[in-house]
Ligand binder design. Structure first.
Ligand code: GLU
Length: 465
């Protein structure tokens, strides 16, 4: 059997981080089995579906590297096919016309509420021989079994048994002829040959009703895997504060797609105690059995740490490109020389950064020319004796020709010793003047990369601060 999975977002907003994890799991499962991963945009809710949301979903998937196979399926465009299946169900006696008006349904709901009962549609037209009211447009409902029970065999949740008298005759086609979500999703999954439905467990109750529809059509029922939702670090439902944002926000916050993939994978799936799992390993190892049964907690600190690890593991050329993108977004112009420094400095810069935003922040001193913007702490170092030290070391630097880091280190060390100062004290003064900050890669490396002229220029200009 060829595995076919799908991701079926409704385009009513951005690509939510929880949906991205669902997509990732479906994608990994298909890739693991050498199968097919399809994307279906569930745009039947015309009022809420937008083109901007479709674009955000497609962009988010591309950015995350979750490439789908074949063309994107748009659900709304398949309405005629959905109606065709309803015709078939009517012919088979598995569905019936229902003339109950919307107002009647509202009244029934109200009545159930006041009586403290759960609302169940009374199936009035199921076997009715009454003549339908003239001019009334019927909806079509599924003739669901009354007796027995329906079992959803879920790989994650186990056997979920629902007694059929709890499931009323659901609407398949509304009275205006539009298909319901329940109908569309089953017809599309069947027609697309989906073998495994992997989605959030908020759809678990739908799975029982959908099973009835598969049975009514005599169709093969796919394997279900309902993944527990993601909660915040405090165990509460994921809110914006917890990280319930779009994938685009994670991109802007400076996360690498491969780090986010790794993090999302671990959010609800495990392979022993492995935390760092490359995509290649994930494809090799992914299975549905190791999906956890309880809600995973989203933890920004963990994601940041993981991202830092991935940054250190990323090739410098790519990091330079990414930092350039962030600089452009901040309207910081980079000269050829600035770019060159960035390339040379990347090894040192990437050791500390947890996000590309931090990496960009830490790289700014390489690409901007003086006068620098000094942090308060750097300004203080310069004022508290830093400028004096720099004035004293300037003649030594001026006459220094060998501008390699190792030679500069010898020079600065000798200077510090001659003044009976700790090397750190001199290095901090240099750091403040050259980077405008108190944190940077190794000072001698920075000096080498900036070059003599730039170093001398920056030292000279720090006096005017
Ligand atoms: N369109 C549904 C949603 O975005 C998903 C349907 C499904 O996966 O079956 O929640």
């Amino acid at each position: 059997m060829t595995v076919i999975t799908r991701f079926a977002p409704s385009p009513t907003g951005f690509l939510h981080i929880g949906s991205a994890r669902t997509a990732l799991f479906s994608w990994l499962f298909a890739r693991h089995h050498g199968g097919t991963f399809r994307l279906r945009i569930e745009d039947t809710d015309r009022a809420r579906s937008t083109d901007a949301a479709i674009t955000a979903i497609l962009d988010g998937m591309e950015w995350l590297g979750l490439h789908w196979d074949d063309d994107v399926v748009y659900q709304f465009a398949r309405s005629a096919r959905h109606a065709e299946v309803v015709d078939e169900l009517l012919k088979r006696g598995q569905a019936y016309y229902c003339y109950t008006e919307a107002e009647e349904l509202v009244a029934m709901r109200e009545k159930a509420k006041t009586e403290g009962k759960q609302f169940r549609y009374d199936s009035k037209w199921r076997d009715s021989t009454e003549t339908p009211p003239a001019g009334s447009k019927p909806s079509v409902r599924l003739r669901a079994p009354r007796e027995g029970e329906t079992t959803v065999h879920d790989v994650v949740q186990g056997e979920v048994v629902v007694t059929n008298n709890q499931l009323d005759d659901m609407v398949l086609l509304r009275s205006d002829g539009t298909p319901t979500y329940m109908l569309a999703v089953v017809v599309d999954d069947h027609d697309m040959g989906v073998t495994h439905i992997i989605r959030g467990d908020d759809h678990l109750t739908n799975a029982a009703r959908q099973t009835l529809l598969y049975q009514a059509m005599g169709w093969h029922i796919p394997v279900f895997a309902h993944i527990p939702l993601i909660h915040g670090a405090d165990g509460a439902k994921l809110s914006k504060r917890h990280g319930a944002l779009g994938v685009d926000a994670y991109r802007d916050m400076g996360y690498l797609p491969e780090a986010l993939r790794n993090y999302l994978l671990r959010l609800g799936w495990s392979h022993g105690n492995d935390e760092i799992i490359s995509t290649a390993q994930a494809i090799k190892w992914f299975n549905l059995e190791s999906i956890g049964k309880s809600a995973a907690r989203f933890d920004f600190a963990k994601l940041e740490n993981l991202n830092g690890i991935y940054i250190r593991d990323t090739e410098n050329t790519r990091l330079v490109e990414l930092v350039m993108e962030h600089l452009t977004r901040r309207h910081i112009h980079v000269t050829t020389i600035g770019h060159e420094r960035l390339v040379h400095g990347m090894d040192g810069l990437k050791q500390r950064a947890k996000t590309l935003v931090e990496l960009t922040d830490s790289a700014i001193f390489y690409v901007t020319s003086s006068p620098l913007v000094y942090t308060e702490a750097a300004g203080k170092i310069l004022e508290d004796g830093g400028k004096i030290l720099l004035a004293e070391i300037t003649p030594l630097l001026t006459t220094q020709d060998d501008w390699r880091a190792a030679s500069l280190e010898v020079l600065v060390k000798q200077f510090a010793e001659s003044k009976e100062l700790k090397l750190g004290k001199v290095a901090q003064a240099l750091r403040a003047a050259l980077t405008g900050s108190t944190i940077s890669p190794g000072m001698f490396e920075v000096m080498e990369i900036l070059g003599k002229a730039e170093v001398m220029g920056r030292i000279a200009s720090c006096y005017s601060v």
